[in-house]
Design a protein around this ligand. Structure first.
Ligand code: C2E
Ligand code: MG
Ligand code: MG
Length: 732
């Protein structure tokens, strides 16, 4: 009963964990479809908008700063052109124009300069500018000496466009451009430029070369830097051309003065734009990083096993899949392993769940520590662990797992634990030409299930062991699943048949008894022998239903035969261990037989050796009660196990059935005969009748008759047969 409850709990737990896992998997998939790309998209859109706005802003600024100012200059140049057009080419005109105080030159159609005032620093190549309506199509020339002046802390940085490009410095020659040393005039030029800043009256004390820049260091007599900043002016000289009525062209220098107010305005606006960009950038980056961190955290949560704090099944599936599918891992051999801590449930029952979980942690950590790079472990369900191991040689792998089991068995000083391992080997992955190819279709879940299938071989056993998976196991597992699915339906439809195998007296050849054996007449699978179903029913507990079914049918048949007036012999029915554990088994059998109205002495109960369980007193009690109700009890398959003699000593049994193994192959020799002889003698002295099973040849029958064996059940006399056939045999 306790076993049954345990099984039930286990079943329920398994279902629950599976359901939970499915749920988790679903929500994990949802999270995996992360939306960080949305943030990135938003950022890109924001960047685009800011870019467009920035561009528009710069445009507007230049319109204001350059166009309006350049237009003002252009208008005065146009005025000079009108003067020229009015008075024509000539000295008087030029002296009038010179009064404007502007550098200019007049060139003829061929481009030759026919008059020049001041210095001509216009660059050679002009370009057509479209600044605003006024300046549309005007040819403008940049100034070769365009200068930018900025003041920074304690020094004045003076970038002289052309010079900066070419100026070099070395300790011997000082400043030079190419091999031309910069002469004092140039230095003076700098000074003059600085003098233009009229508020400032110091001279550059030195021109220094530092970090690739030429810098003019100046004395500024304790002037406040912020005040210095105020006087900054940037000149942007631009040479503008105006066509003259005689075909010549006037090109005059227009100086677009952009003062600190403009720059400040530009600076503030630029700073605002930049600030917005930076803020948006940080928000988006923060969002994206936050998203990733969140996702990592959630992923971690989803992948963490709450018991061992290691990884869980979902992680194993994901990570294992990635690992196995990698092209470069195609050349590696892997083993997917199902490791089970065998008596976990019992341990929890005897101690506590907390202690049980502590052991699971210990096991997990131990195995994890033994793993190599790119090997995995996860706690999957209850006491199951999934492992992914790499191996090169199958024997080495076997040794490694054996060693691991041995270590784990001793992981606790107070208890000796057992571990069962199912191994599914995954070979290297090659194509037909022997080239390594990706295992692109590998399904970790399926492979792990195969490892579990291999491990399931130990179901019911409590000892350690390793089992390897092969395809036959899948078929076996499919069969088991099918049987379990169909069992109840088969029982309800009476697809299970009772076959009878008679037992004969070897001296008189008289029918003395019969054994009822089950057969399954499946509409889909045909005739199925008990060997293919009984072990399954024994494991899943359905055997008790089967035993009831058989006892009821046997009792019913006996009653019917009696009513027909046949000379009936006792029918033995097999009762399994799972059933025998029930404390009221004797009463159950009695009631079932009584219900059909068959006399108790015509029903015998067969117990296999394996049915003898730990609680000897309870067993003896059940046997005695069965006997007290008039049922004979026999020990089936005597000699097939190890504790036969022991059981014989204690159990008040009526019949000893010698196992068929005694009469098969090597056992049937002289030594086998001695054992059989002694066993019969032993049974006699214990007042038990003997039945020899599996006897197929005449010599064996003669020998057994000689030794005083009471009955023979074997193919020599008869195979198990359907009810009708047995009935007609009884008649004769
Ligand atoms: P068992 O109770 O020891 O039954 C004897 C088995 O030996 C039967 O196999 C029978 O057909 C076979 N046998 C008998 N004489 C010979 C022979 O001369 N040569 C050979 N090769 N075999 C012989 P079966 O019917 O396949 O049953 C196998 C086992 O299944 C049974 O062993 C019994 O342990 C179990 N079983 C069968 N029916 C039932 C049932 O209704 N309830 C339970 N609990 N177990 C059953
Ligand atoms: Mg039997
Ligand atoms: Mg037997």
């Amino acid at each position: 009963m306790a076993e049954e409850i345990k099984e039930e709990i286990k079943e329920k737990e398994n279902k629950k964990t599976k359901k939970k896992n499915r749920k988790k998997e679903k929500s994990f998939k949802k999270i995996k479809r992360n939306r960080s790309w949305v943030s990135i998209l938003v950022f890109l859109i924001a960047l685009l908008i800011i870019g467009v706005l920035g561009y528009a802003f710069v445009e507007v600024f230049f319109q204001y700063a350059v166009e309006t100012k350049a237009t003002a200059e252009y208008n005065t140049i146009k005025y000079m052109a009108r003067v020229y057009d009015t008075y024509g080419d000539g000295e008087e005109t030029y002296s009038l124009l010179n009064k404007e105080g502007r550098d200019y030159f007049i060139k003829d159609k061929a481009g030759n300069i026919i008059y020049q005032n001041g210095e001509n620093t216009a660059s050679k190549e002009g370009e057509v500018v479209y600044l605003d309506d006024e300046l549309k199509g005007v040819i403008a020339y940049t100034d070769i000496n365009t200068s930018y002046i900025t003041i920074s802390d304690g020094s004045l940085e003076f970038k002289y466009k052309d010079l900066i490009k070419n100026i070099e410095y070395d300790d011997n020659e000082g400043f030079h451009v190419g091999d031309k040393v910069i002469d004092n005039d140039k230095i003076k030029e700098y000074n003059d430029k600085l003098d233009e800043l009229d508020k400032y009256d110091g001279d550059p004390s030195s021109i220094v070369y530092e970090n690739g820049n030429v810098r003019v260091d100046i004395d500024y007599y304790g002037e406040n830097v912020s005040e210095l900043n105020e006087i900054v002016t940037t000149d942007i000289p631009l040479w503008l051309s105006v066509d003259l009525s005689d075909g010549n062209t006037l090109v005059a220098k227009a100086t677009v003065k952009i003062n600190i107010k403009d720059i400040a305005l530009f600076g503030v606006l630029l700073a605002v734009v930049l600030a917005v960009v930076v803020i948006v950038f940080f928000i988006v980056v923060g969002n994206v990083i936050g998203g990733f961190i969140r996702q990592r955290r959630i992923t971690n949560f989803f992948f963490t096993d709450q018991v061992t704090k290691g990884r869980n099944w979902m992680w194993f599936k994901e990570k294992g899949g990635q690992l196995l599918k990698k092209k470069r891992n195609a050349k590696n051999k892997y083993a997917i392993v199902n490791l089970v801590f065998v008596k976990y449930r019992t341990f929890c029952m005897c101690h506590s769940i907390e202690e049980g979980e502590e052991k699971l942690c210990k096991i997990h950590d131990w195995v994890a520590a033994s793993l190599e790079k790119k090997e995995l472990i996860a706690h999957t369900t209850n006491s199951n662990f999934a492992l992914l191991l790499k191996y090169t040689d199958a024997d080495e792998l076997d040794e490694r797992i054996k060693k691991l089991i041995k270590e784990l068995e001793q992981i606790d000083t107070e208890h000796k634990f057992a571990f069962q391992v199912g191994v599914n080997k995954i070979d290297t992955s090659k194509d037909s030409d022997g080239r390594f190819i990706k295992r692109k279709d590998i399904d970790v879940e399926k492979e792990y299930n195969n490892a579990c299938t291999a491990r399931a071989k130990f179901e019911g056993s409590e000892d350690s062991g390793i089992a390897y998976f092969d395809e036959k196991l899948v078929e076996e597992q499919k069969w088991i699943d099918m049987v379990q699915e169909k069992q109840q339906q088969a029982l309800d439809n009476e697809e299970f048949m009772v076959y009878y195998q008679p037992k004969y007296d070897p001296r008189t050849n008289e029918l003395r008894g019969v054994e009822a054996l089950i057969r399954w007449q499946s509409p889909e699978y045909g005739f199925v022998s008990p060997g293919r179903i009984i072990p399954i029913f024994e494991k899943n507990g359905f055997i008790t239903e089967i035993d009831h079914y058989m006892i009821s049918h046997v009792a019913k048949d006996q009653k019917a035969w009696l009513d027909k007036g046949y000379k009936c012999v006792p029918v033995s029915v097999n009762v399994s261990r799972a059933h025998f554990i029930e404390s009221d088994l004797a009463e159950q059998i009695r009631d079932m037989v009584d219900k059909e109205g068959a006399p108790h002495e015509l029903v015998e109960i067969e117990l296999t050796e394996s049915a003898f369980f730990d609680d000897k007193n309870a067993m003896i009690n059940t046997i005695e009660r069965l006997k007290s109700y008039g049922f004979a009890v026999s020990m089936d398959d005597f000699g097939s196990g190890y504790s036969s003699l022991n059981s014989l000593k204690d159990m008040p049994l009526d019949v000893l059935k010698l196992d068929a193994e005694f009469f098969r192959g090597e056992n049937s020799g002289e030594r086998g005969e001695i054992v059989v002889t002694e066993a019969i003698k032993l049974a006699k002295s214990l007042n038990m009748r003997t039945v020899a099973e599996g006897v197929e040849i005449k010599e064996q029958v003669d020998f057994l008759a000689q030794q005083g064996c009471d009955m023979i059940q074997g193919y020599y006399f008869a195979k198990p047969m359907p009810k009708d056939e047995y009935e007609s045999r009884m008649k004769n």
